[in-house]
Design a protein around this ligand. Structure first.
Ligand code: ADP
Length: 545
């Protein structure tokens, strides 16, 4: 017997129409490059989305055409998030922090036909413009600059357009947007989200047992909207009818704190680096900000060090750790304590919160161990595999990467993890960052976490260096806190309280900053290259094993 329910397609249209109808006065705020604010609301947003859809249709947008964006986080980007897929196109945010040749390669590989670009990013676009055949380019006057002759002024185009556009009927499996992976460990690959996957992912984000986004929230995406589906926040905010606050570009930690305070932000997203900067700022000026409501910080991309979680708690900023990849839209797991864990000691609770948590509804995980599925005992590592309705089933135009999926259809994440009896996933390392010394694995993540608990350490990265005897040995690269000079002996002694002797890095190198990827992750491949010959200059490894 079949169910007798309507089968309305899960497209972005009903959630878009609902927000305009029921929350027209909810605000959308953008911090401009000069530090001033522009304010609009969902009523105006709705009109502008229809106008943008009309502009695209008039330019000849055909179903499935890719519309690229080269934009910072602001209201116009938010408009494109809805107008492009609702008009039947595919939104393709490009990452302006990549090398122009790489951006061009991604735009060509994605098959981009149109582009919407910020005036402040025009110089970047200019460097690859010739190598991407685009039919039309609109320039957003984000900083108020006039459009060059070869582009159309975005605001002028919207002003001229009628707001009567009737959105086409779409299939929920139609492509809605496309993102390339950020390529921390390899060549970027295209992931194509469908309307259905975006709607389901957005709904999951709104669950109380996930990010709990509601109409009462004020959401600040500090993660770039060109990275990993903007972590799903634009869709979740529209589903909930939440106020949006966009930080524009180049917001400093103090600017972010000002925005949180002044706009009453209740949920902000960002990689740990952003919040490390915010913590430094709060330490310098502990009574500088007064938050109206408790603030949740959605943190992912890399593991937040445990002391960051602890210290931000003291300032009323509560980290909610989530794990995922571009390929998982990105939400996979969230680290939320279960009711019985409230009885646990504070120490044990922090330990649980520093893990990546358990899957949100509809997502499943398993561990591929050396011999079949690894047990959930919290100690046996395996490669984390994942499946669910917002997990990619293939890369765009990359059949050679089909081996990232198992024969029974699970996605191989490339993350090595353990899972404990509560189901909490703990990311041990990325397969490409693992350190194997004398046949045994060492977790760089665990070493980094402990090092960052030292009061003199701002950041730490542990990498593998080649060793003639042990194959690989760990080497720690340390960014000291301002004015601090921790000694290698101190750091080794701290590690010795938690690790066996053979797991302790052979060297501690002090640097001013760590190389980062375009989305703020530590670029370990770069460090491995930089310190490739370190052993040659330090030939006396004290045998650890
Ligand atoms: P890239 O693979 O290029 O870094 P993604 O942004 O898709 O691009 O990164 C996904 C990866 O980020 C995951 O495979 C995982 O290694 C890492 N990651 C994401 N969230 C977390 C987290 N909370 N803790 C540890 N690692 C994380």
């Amino acid at each position: 017997m079949r169910g007798l329910m309507m089968e309305d397609p899960l497209t972005l249209l009903p959630i878009f129409e609902r927000v305009a109808r029921y929350f027209p006065q909810q605000e959308i705020v953008t911090r401009r490059p000069d530090g001033t604010f522009s304010r609009t609301n969902y009523a105006a947003f709705s009109t502008r989305v229809r106008k943008l859809a009309r502009v695209l249709a008039d330019a000849g947008l055909a179903p499935g055409d890719r519309v690229a964006t080269l934009l910072w986080n602001h209201a116009a980007h938010f408009e494109a998030f809805f107008a492009v897929p609702l008009a039947g196109g595919v939104l393709h945010p490009l990452n302006p922090r990549l090398h122009p040749d790489e951006i061009a390669w991604i735009a060509r590989t994605g098959g981009d036909r149109f582009l919407i670009v910020d005036d402040t990013l025009w110089p970047t676009f200019d460097r690859f413009r010739e190598s991407v055949p685009l039919d039309r380019v609109w320039q957003v006057p984000f900083a108020g600059h006039p459009a060059p002759a070869c582009a159309v002024n975005y605001e002028a185009a919207l002003n001229l357009a009628a707001a009567d556009f009737v959105f086409p009927q779409l299939d929920e499996r139609d492509a809605a947007s496309m993102y390339f992976t950020s390529g921390t460990t390899g060549r970027p690959k295209g992931v194509v989200y469908s309307h259905r996957s975006l709607v389901l992912h957005g709904l999951a984000i709104c669950l109380a047992d996930c990010c709990g986004i509601s109409r009462m929230d004020v959401v600040l995406p500090a993660t770039p909207m060109f990275h990993a589906n903007s972590w799903g926040l634009p869709h979740a905010a529209v589903i909930a009818g939440a106020k949006m606050v966009f930080p524009g570009s180049g917001a400093t930690p103090a600017d972010l704190l000002d925005l949180i305070e002044q706009e009453g932000v209740t949920l902000a997203s960002g990689v740990p680096t952003i919040w490390l900067g915010v913590l430094e700022e709060l330490r310098r000026n502990p009574s500088g900000w007064n938050f109206r409501a408790p603030v949740r910080l959605l943190v992912g991309g890399t593991a937040p060090p445990e002391n960051l979680v602890r210290e931000l708690d003291r300032f009323g900023l509560r980290i909610l750790q989530a794990w995922g990849l571009t390929e998982t839209s990105p939400l996979g797991t969230v680290s939320l304590l279960k009711p019985h864990m409230r009885e646990w000691s504070e120490e044990r609770q922090y330990e649980a919160r520093s893990k990546q948590g358990y899957p949100v509804p509809l997502i499943q995980v398993r561990l591929a161990g050396a011999e079949g599925e690894a047990p959930w005992d919290g100690v046996t590592p395996g490669e984390l595999e994942v499946r669910g309705p917002w997990v990619a089933s293939a890369y765009y135009g990359a059949p050679e990467s089909a081996d990232r999926w198992t024969p029974d259809g699970w996605f191989r994440t490339g993350d090595v993890a353990t899972i404990d009896s509560e189901g909490f996933v703990k990311i041990f390392d990325r397969t490409k960052d693992m350190i194997k010394s004398g046949g045994e694995w060492i977790s760089s993540v665990d070493l980094e976490n402990t090092l960052m608990a030292h009061p003199g350490v701002r950041e730490a990265a542990v990498i593998a260096i080649h060793d003639p005897k042990w194959q690989e040995r760990p080497l720690a690269i340390i960014v000291p806190r301002e004015g601090a000079r921790p000694s290698p002996e101190d750091l080794a002694a701290l590690l010795a309280t938690r690790f066996d002797k053979w797991q302790i890095p052979d060297g501690f190198i002090f640097v001013d900053e760590l190389p980062r990827t375009s989305v703020g992750k530590i670029q370990k491949s770069h460090l491995r290259e930089q310190f490739r010959d370190w052993r040659k200059d330090h030939p006396d490894p004290s045998p650890r094993k």
